[in-house]
Write a protein that binds this ligand. Structure first.
Ligand SMILES: *[C@@H]1O[C@H](CO)[C@@H](O)[C@H](O)[C@H]1NC(C)=O
Ligand SMILES: *[C@@H]1O[C@H](CO)[C@@H](O)[C@H](O)[C@H]1NC(C)=O
Ligand SMILES: *[C@@H]1O[C@H](CO)[C@@H](O)[C@H](O)[C@H]1NC(C)=O
Ligand SMILES: *[C@@H]1O[C@H](CO)[C@@H](O)[C@H](O)[C@H]1NC(C)=O
Length: 383
């Protein structure tokens, strides 16, 4: 079918050949390395895992395992000691399985990766051949919109490489996984619909195409907080989609202004008002197309008002409950004062009996002061 499929088939048959040639050895003494994949394509800057499993006779002990690409005169350069890979490689080996991870891939990492293990046997080193072919691509499709028509967009696509060699290269283009016929140049002008994806590759490396470009898809909208929206609170509308190149986003209010400004993936209401209630939607757009989301409804409630009403009710209830208490306490106080006055009458009369003109006033004052102290104690008890 496609070049990619053909190349994979070729790789797979190469793998089979490799297995057959080794299986004779394996049958004899149980030595072997099997790679999980033998032809790997990765994008510049990404991370790749290269894995294998290995076998050896049970009487043998493994002393060292490593990966290499370079060898001269029987000296194998462990990738961990190769300055070109410094800080970018990691080995993860357990139970006869080893994975090499290379981060931040460069185009110069394109090579044949081989696994070697060394045992305690004399000359007991083993290399899994032919190894894994890693191709790192730095190809990218640059999109330039030409025109937007009713149901499709006309655009010019360019296949670019960050460190592109001099011209004279032949390219292939893939649209929705199918090779575009009769286009072998670095640029491709066409009409693209909402569901189309396009990538490019170098003719001899069709298995290693650029990441695809496509118009916005899977557009989704959300509002935060998702629960009740209260007047005066902060609310964020979020619009997201998958698009390459990245889309720009605009939020709209139905029957409202042309769009919410500033146009952004996230639109913030720092203090939402009741007049902001309504239906909102967003659009996502890149040079390959434009998509409009479904609506999201926002209903702003006024808890401020209901809280105020609740507070008034509470206050009224408290006042209504306090009135009888107040009346009761005043009544008790009055009664007590009367009681004291009744009690006081006797000594007052007695002092009057003494017929001392000064004493009555003093003795009359003292018990009243005592009564007041008593009263305050009673108030404390009430509290
Ligand atoms: C590589 O392997 C590690 C560990 O198994 C895993 O966490 C990571 O996701 C893998 N990365 C890729 C690109 O496959
Ligand atoms: C590109 O389109 C093909 C065919 O529609 C589809 O199988 C493939 O998953 C798409 N790739 C991407 C990355 O969307
Ligand atoms: C909106 O608010 C969120 C959270 O408060 C913040 O992270 C984001 O940067 C804001 N966005 C804009 C466009 O102001
Ligand atoms: C959004 O992207 C489209 C296509 O790239 C462009 O024509 C338009 O001007 C952009 N709008 C904004 C607000 O950046």
């Amino acid at each position: 079918m496609t070049g990619a499929a053909m190349s994979l088939t070729a790789a797979a048959s190469g793998f089979v050949v490799f297995l057959l040639s080794v299986s004779v050895v394996q049958a004899q003494d149980g030595w072997g390395v099997t790679y999980t994949a033998t032809d790997i394509c990765a994008i510049k800057g990404s991370t790749v895992n290269i894995s294998c499993t290995y076998t050896y006779p049970s009487n043998v002990r493994v002393q060292e395992t490593f990966w290499f690409t370079k060898e001269s005169n029987g000296i194998y350069v462990d990738l961990r000691t190769d300055p070109e890979y410094s800080g970018r490689v990691q080995y993860l080996c357990e139970d006869k399985t080893c994975t090499l991870t290379i981060r931040d891939l460069r185009e110069t990492d394109s090579a044949q990766y081989k696994f070697r293990f060394i045992t305690n046997q004399p000359g007991g080193g083993f290399i899994g051949l032919p190894g894994v072919t890693l191709t790192v691509t730095a190809l990218q499709v640059q999109v330039t919109r030409v025109t937007v028509l009713q149901s499709y967009t006309e655009a010019e696509l360019k296949c670019l490489s960050s460190d592109s060699p001099a011209g004279g290269l032949t390219y292939v283009w893939f649209q929705n996984g199918q090779k575009v016929p009769d286009v072998e140049s670095a640029s491709y002008k066409g009409r693209f619909g909402p569901g189309d994806n396009i990538s490019c590759a170098l003719k001899e490396h069709e298995a290693c195409p650029s990441p695809p470009v496509y118009g916005p898809k899977l557009l989704s909208v959300s509002v935060s907080p998702s629960a009740e929206i209260v007047e005066g609170s902060s609310v964020t509308l979020t619009c997201s989609s998958d698009a390459n190149p990245a889309a720009n986003y605009t939020w709209y209010k139905k029957h409202g202004n042309p769009s919410l400004q500033p146009a952004s993936k996230r639109f913030n209401f720092s203090s939402i008002q009741s007049s902001d209630s309504g239906e909102y939607y967003c659009t996502a757009e890149n040079d390959l197309g434009r998509r409009t989301s479904g609506s999201i409804f926002i209903h702003v409630t006024f808890p401020g008002q209901s809280v105020r009403i609740m507070n008034i009710i509470r206050l009224t209830l408290v006042v209504l409950m306090l009135i009888p208490l107040l009346v009761l306490s005043l009544w008790t106080r009055k009664k007590k004062t009367l009681c004291f006055k009744a009690e006081l009458k006797e000594p007052v009369e007695m002092t009057e009996f003494d017929s001392d003109p000064v004493y009555p006033n003093i003795s009359a004052l003292t018990p009243i002061a005592a009564a007041q102290t008593d009263d305050s104690e009673e108030q404390e008890d009430l509290v």
